[in-house]
Ligand binder design. Sequence first.
Ligand SMILES: CC(C)(COP(=O)(O)OP(=O)(O)OC[C@H]1O[C@@H](n2cnc3c(N)ncnc32)[C@H](O)[C@@H]1O)[C@@H](O)C(=O)NCCC(=O)NCCS
Ligand SMILES: Nc1ncnc2c1ncn2[C@@H]1O[C@H](COP(=O)(O)OP(=O)(O)OP(=O)(O)O)[C@@H](O)[C@H]1O
Length: 233
Amino acid sequence: MLKIGITGGIGSGKSVVTNLFRKLGVPVFDSDLVARSLIDSDPVIKAQIIEAFGRDAYLPENQGLNRKKIGQLVFNNQQLLETLNKITHPPVIKAAEDWVAIQNEAFKSKMSEWSNGQSGTQNSAIADLDQAKPTSYLIKEAALLFESGSNRSLDFILGIYADKATRIQRIMDRDQLSFEAANSRILKQMDENEKMKRCGGVIVNNGQTLLWPQVIAWHRQFLQQSSKAAVEV
Ligand SMILES: CC(C)(COP(=O)(O)OP(=O)(O)OC[C@H]1O[C@@H](n2cnc3c(N)ncnc32)[C@H](O)[C@@H]1O)[C@@H](O)C(=O)NCCC(=O)NCCS
Ligand SMILES: Nc1ncnc2c1ncn2[C@@H]1O[C@H](COP(=O)(O)OP(=O)(O)OP(=O)(O)O)[C@@H](O)[C@H]1O
């Protein structure tokens, strides 16, 4: 399967956009969600976090990481952020690799079922529009795709762009953060224009440009790109 990365700064709308791709049947790996689940449940990661941040890094009674406390610490201290990244990024990258392998296997078996159901000569352009045909690409969504180096294992990176003022307002509303706290999170990530320059394409999500037409256009392109790749193999 073709591997697409979706990235963008905090509050750019990655989750909103990937949910639209999900509606089109595209499998999506959500790095934030997986990081959250590993941090709360993996005993090795938990032990490393406790060693680095102390026992009260976790809430009592198995309520998981004290996200508020750790967030305040790491987004105000580059060294602590790097410590947390060193603990969490390798297992999230490994989980993504395992997930990709599972998706590839599932795709192969769905494709063979689908091909068995086809009769006669196929027109590939029509076949690509067949909604029963398994989706031939997958998406990995991550805020830190370039920062963590996981862009290297992907075939194409799509950036989600929203200007800084819009992103700050969104994070303040969504996470109940002050302007300063929202801004300090933004400052801990790669410069947004630099990030977008490194992407193969960009979806603009500034609240004025409709998302669906952009998502559908990229969906078509990824389907074409993946069937072309399959023919060339
Ligand atoms: C620091 C933590 C506890 C703060 O939790 P909180 O619930 O407040 O934020 P949440 O996890 O929902 O993240 C919100 C956004 O913050 C940004 N962010 C998260 N972690 C990082 C980081 N290490 N560096 C820069 N930005 C980050 C991302 O844009 C993310 O989407 C949490 O983000 C965390 O555990 N981060 C380490 C894991 C990680 O790097 N996740 C990112 C994907 S691999
Ligand atoms: N086009 C939009 N119109 C209105 N609200 C939006 C739009 N795009 C995103 N939002 C809102 O902005 C907030 C941030 O969006 P989202 O969670 O998708 O961003 P994200 O890039 O995944 O952020 P993070 O890096 O923190 O995970 C959410 O509350 C979301 O509902």
